[in-house]
Design a protein around this ligand. Structure first.
Ligand SMILES: [Zn+2]
Length: 451
């Protein structure tokens, strides 16, 4: 058994049941799980490996609940810079039609590297384009290589323009093929065990890109295997209008009628979830992935996060796809969550600590996990440390935890995922990021320019 001791951290944010913050604290790891957390009075004598963290905040790894990593290839595309959701999608669909398996693999690693360097240790990714031989396996293998805990969501689009959907017909798949591939992925990759590094999620893309039949069949399939369900819902006013016109229902009513509520379901955005929807989600334990940067970028609106949390809806944080953010900094996203909610609901609507709670425990709950999101004995050994001795937090050290969210978001100094050190001294140890960016830029040029 190998032990790793992280000690002398200026502050350990545990996110345990008492939300303890420990000064001069330590975390002791044995293999892939945490065995002890505490202050100087309980410091263990030693371990196989010891890392000192003076001036650092040590906390649970952040959890990202919504992403489309392939979109890293199409960040800041001029034709999609100033559009709303539907206009943005229509500008990008023809470009995405050229996506290849290598592009999926490289862009996924770019997105994952960015996430990991900003404190993320677990992420979901929603891949919904299966063209030119692209498979979800490409993303899963990319995650294995880089060392991120991964919930791979098998997205899908089946409703093309000619059938009243938004995407071009060339981008959609046959529904039977979608279900067969989803079943194959669950049987090949899904790990239901505690501390699992890899889970599969069933995730038809959105009400305006799949039919009702597929939504129902997908829910039945997911439940027959005990895996989670994920999709987009109530993202903006046009999304709500589409739901009312096509189905005669609000997005929440549509989800409820299809069986898409419950503790095994989480929906991205829910910016326009109404009061009845909020109460329905609270009653059923249905989760929400809140994506503040994307909601601002596409001017979708301000999600009613305080109402959701007040009613007991599980809320996690998501950076969303890299083409509508276009940054994948998860700690920065927690800061944006706090700031945006204040614009909509007042300065007391979210504290810095609540923002960190959404980014850790909130995300864990939304993904259906009770083994990540906190530093406590028996939890997975996923922890990150931020060094607050630099310029950006100078003058804020009377509250190092508040400084993490209020000041400019730092890059992570140390990251441990499943007991393995993946970032040390701010450097990713599992991949060479310079070469990765170079390759990614070449693929991006090919995708966007079509040559
Ligand atoms: Zn999305």
């Amino acid at each position: 058994m190998a032990t790793l001791l992280l000690r002398n951290a200026a502050r350990v944010v545990t996110m345990d049941a008492d939300r303890r913050e420990v000064a001069d604290g330590f975390v002791l790891i044995e293999d892939n799980r945490i065995v002890a957390v505490g202050g100087p009075e309980a410091l263990p004598e030693g371990a196989d490996a010891v890392i000192d963290l003076p001036g650092h905040v040590l906390m649970p790894g952040l959890v990202n609940t919504h992403h489309h990593m392939f979109q890293s290839l199409t960040r800041a595309v001029p034709a999609a810079q100033d559009a709303d959701l539907f206009g943005w999608l229509k500008a990008l669909y023809p470009i995405w039609a050229r996506l290849t398996p290598e592009m999926v693999r490289v862009s996924t690693q770019v997105a994952m590297a960015e996430l990991m360097l900003s404190g993320c240790t677990t992420s979901s990714d929603h891949l919904y384009l299966y063209l030119n031989g692209c498979r979800l396996d490409d993303s899963i293998e990319a995650a294995d290589e880089i060392g991120l805990r991964f919930h791979a969501a098998r997205g899908a689009m089946s409703l093309g323009e000619s059938a009243g959907g938004l995407p071009p017909d060339a981008l959609v798949e046959d529904e039977a093929a979608i279900l067969a591939d989803t079943r194959r992925l669950i049987e090949t990759w899904h790990d239901p065990a505690r501390y699992a590094m890899r889970r599969i999620v069933v995730a038809p893309c959105s009400p305006f890109s799949v039919g009702e039949g597929l939504m129902r069949d997908a829910a039945a399939l997911a439940r027959s295997y005990g895996v989670c369900l994920h999709t987009h819902l109530a993202e903006n006013q046009d999304d709500v209008a589409y739901s009312r016109e096509r189905f005669g229902k609000t997005p929440a009513e549509y989800a409820a009628d299809l069986g898409w509520v419950g503790p095994d379901v989480w929906h991205a955005h829910c910016v326009k979830l109404d009061e009845d929807g909020i109460r329905l989600f609270a009653r059923t334990g249905t989760g929400v992935a809140h994506c503040p940067c994307s909601n601002m970028r596409l001017a979708s609106g301000i999600a009613p996060v305080p109402r959701m949390r007040c009613e007991g809806v599980p809320v996690g944080l998501g950076v969303d796809g890299s083409a509508s953010n276009d940054a994948g900094h998860l700690l920065g996203e927690a800061r944006q969550a706090m700031l945006l909610v204040r614009v909509g609901h007042g300065p007391a609507a979210m504290t810095a600590r609540q923002a960190l709670e959404i980014a850790t425990l909130g995300g864990a709950k939304v993904l259906g996990r009770d083994d990540i999101g906190a530093l406590a004995p028996g939890m997975a050994a996923d922890c990150v440390a931020f060094d607050l001795r630099g310029l950006s937090s100078a003058g804020a050290l009377h509250d190092p935890v508040g400084a993490l969210v209020f000041c400019a978001p730092p890059a992570v100094a140390l990251s441990v995922i499943n007991g393995r050190i993946v970032v040390r001294d701010g450097r990713l140890l599992t991949l060479e990021t310079g070469l990765l960016a170079e390759r990614h830029n070449a693929l991006s040029r090919r995708l966007v320019n079509g040559d």
